[in-house]
Design a protein around this ligand. Sequence first.
Ligand code: GTP
Length: 321
Amino acid sequence: MKDGFLTLTTRIGDFLNVTQDGYAIFSADDILIGCNQAYADLMFIDFEQIIGKSFNQQCRIAFKNQQGPKIETADIEQWLEVAQTKRRAQEFRIFEVDLVDGRWFLMSEQVLPSGELLLQAKNITKQKVVEQTLSKNTHQLTSLALTDELTKIANRRSFISNVKSEINRYKRNKQTFTFCLLDIDYFKKINDKHGHQVGDNVLRQLSALIKKTLREYDQFGRIRGEEFGILLPDTTALKADDIINRLRSKIMDTTFNHHNNPVNITLSIGIIESWFGCTFEHLYNQSDIALYKAKHNGRNQVVMVAPTQSTIETATAESKK
Ligand SMILES: Nc1nc2c(ncn2[C@@H]2O[C@H](COP(=O)(O)OP(=O)(O)OP(=O)(O)O)[C@@H](O)[C@H]2O)c(=O)[nH]1
């Protein structure tokens, strides 16, 4: 048993010489009394010089030389004060540290009954790179799943989900919003006359213009083809009528596509104010009725509808279920 233990400690000694992980032991008054080469390397201090230096001294060197652990502060003494409040506050703690050269270490500190502190710095750079790549990919995938490929605005799924969130908010705080359904007039003619590519340019530029014109918290998305939805939070239909009419005029006065092949468009728009119990389907169907009227009345106009009494009653009854 004793021989086995001896073998282990000798082997650990060999291991400490070759591992990429840093090991260090600090005295009760925080002076480094022993470490391996990997620890000295991660602190960017010569092995011969690091023994005998306190934790604070090592951090000051790292900060001054901008090497070793990344210390982002304007005031190193203040930073050390904060660091010291955490050091030895628990018997065992674990935390991540990134180095100026891009490496990452998982630090574990064990305070021994003598007050000495044993530190292990595990090199986790590879795991961190995988983690960061995964998180970046997940972010890109999520954004792809929610974005319309052509126009780069919210796609149908994402827009509907945003509208549903707004409906839930309305249920809680009763702040009226207005839902608007927009459709480009005679878009088929634009495609037929100028080609599909030009049609695509118009859709892209129109989306960018509307997005730029709306407030940051308004919801905007492409529902299908040349049909778009806008939700104006905290806005009555009367106020929305004014906002959307200004938007309609702006678009009517804008020349889309490039200069040697200019395209002008108009929009027909149906708008409807929220009511208690309304769902996305209600809002869409009612604003579609308004949009149909706008088309029927000659296009390039905004038509506002109020929900029918029966729609309100059905919605109220359904929301009480
Ligand atoms: N370029 C392009 N065209 C599209 C896209 N999505 C739908 N469209 C076209 O949009 C046109 C819609 O035509 P219609 O539904 O007849 O409507 P409209 O010509 O706009 O006429 P009204 O809506 O009645 O004013 C069709 O020609 C579709 O091919 C797209 O992503 N790019």
